[in-house]
Design a binder for this molecule. Structure first.
Ligand code: FAD
Length: 321
């Protein structure tokens, strides 16, 4: 039977949260299109991990294991996905639009001769996809004309899936790898920023500071509030460009897209490019001394005052329960 193949993303022995958001899309889209819903887990020694998804409503969970999949490699992963997509008659192939998904899915589409819709936030019954454009100011409707379709998903648009209680068939598949192609690129080393704070894209609370942080003391003040709330730290592009904080904290159109339960925008004006990365947050709190700042148009709670007065007071109150 024709199927939908969802690529599950994992890192260091755990599924990334986006995998569960993607499952929501996969289950719903498969039902709408009358397709079998299947999941593919690619990696080294991932069979036990794959089993953790057995209660999420997929008909089959395919497990592609090989030492070549130990570290993410575009070519090796592409080969696994293309083979499983062909063997399972996948008509719709989906993955989260993470750094990995954005790298992987165009190549998968190219290899399958399929059209692609990137960073989608929904699908209509006829297979037309939604995608925010112009920093979220408009929604494009994208029609992919090929029979087979590839999509990458903006995970913040889909609620994380809950288990359905069923039990999927878990099947290990041997991938016929073309080593010559894989060897053109090899993994050298991973350098990651060490932080005690939660990952920005996965945190339940994000505390972001803007250009108004001004200097290291301002940054430390925002960090302290983030730590009190056990939150991730974020920032505007202006704060990153000014060298106040590293670029990987940038939230927005050209940074990370987040949708936490609670988002603090402190000393951030609310430019459309910043809003594109956080306006789906469930509750938004803005602190800004300018009552006309655009951030107040999207915030649920707003404090018009000097952040250097408000933030320490708020932090003290939160610390003292
Ligand atoms: C193609 C493109 C892509 C972009 N991508 C992004 C992106 O991904 N993310 C992003 O953030 N931006 C992005 N930008 C930049 C964006 O347009 C804004 O320039 C940027 O978001 C402004 O950052 P800011 O709000 O920190 O700074 P500002 O615009 O300078 O605002 C600072 C705010 O702090 C307030 N303030 C100052 N002092 C205090 C105080 N003591 N207490 C309280 N409030 C105070 C001010 O009233 C003001 O509202 C992009 C721009 C372009 C052109």
């Amino acid at each position: 039977m024709a199927s939908l193949l969802l690529i599950a993303e994992h890192f260091e022995g755990q599924f990334r949260k986006v995998t569960f958001n993607s499952i929501s899309f996969g289950r719903d889209a498969a039902e709408k299109q009358g397709l079998d819903f299947n999941i593919l887990v690619v990696g080294e020694d991932v069979e036990d991990l794959a089993g953790q998804l057995a209660e999420y409503g997929a008909a089959n969970i395919y497990v592609a294991e090989d030492p070549a999949f130990e570290h993410y490699n575009t070519e090796a992963y592409t080969q696994a996905i293309v083979q499983v997509a062909n063997d399972s008659d996948a008509q719709l192939i989906a993955a989260a639009a993470t750094v990995q998904g954005k790298d992987l899915m165009p190549r998968v589409a190219g290899r399958l001769g399929a059209g692609i819709a990137s960073d989608i936030t929904g699908m209509l019954d006829d297979g037309t996809f939604h995608r925010p454009v112009w920093a979220g100011a408009a929604i494009a409707h994208i029609r992919v004309e090929t029979d087979r379709k590839v999509v990458s998903l903006r995970s913040t648009a889909f609620a994380p899936a809950e288990p359905t209680g069923g039990s999927s068939n878990v099947e290990t598949v041997a991938i016929d790898l073309d080593e010559d192609r894989i060897e053109k690129v090899s993994f050298v080393e991973r350098e990651s920023t060490k932080s005690e704070r939660p990952d920005l894209t996965e945190a339940g609370i994000v505390v972001s500071g803007g250009r108004a942080m001004k200097d290291a003391d301002g940054v430390a003040m925002i960090e302290s509030l983030a730590d009190t709330l056990k939150a991730a730290m974020g920032a505007s592009r202006a704060a990153c460009d000014a060298g106040l904080v590293p670029n990987d904290l940038q939230v927005g159109q050209t940074g990370k897209v987040v949708a936490p339960d609670l988002y603090f925008a402190i000393g951030i004006s609310g430019a459309i490019q910043h809003l594109a990365g956080m306006k789906s947050s469930k509750v938004i709190v803005a602190i800004n001394k300018d009552p006309e700042a655009p951030i107040f148009q999207v915030s649920d709670y707003g404090i018009v005052d000097d952040m250097f007065k408000v933030v320490p007071e708020l932090n003290e109150k939160l610390k003292n329960g």
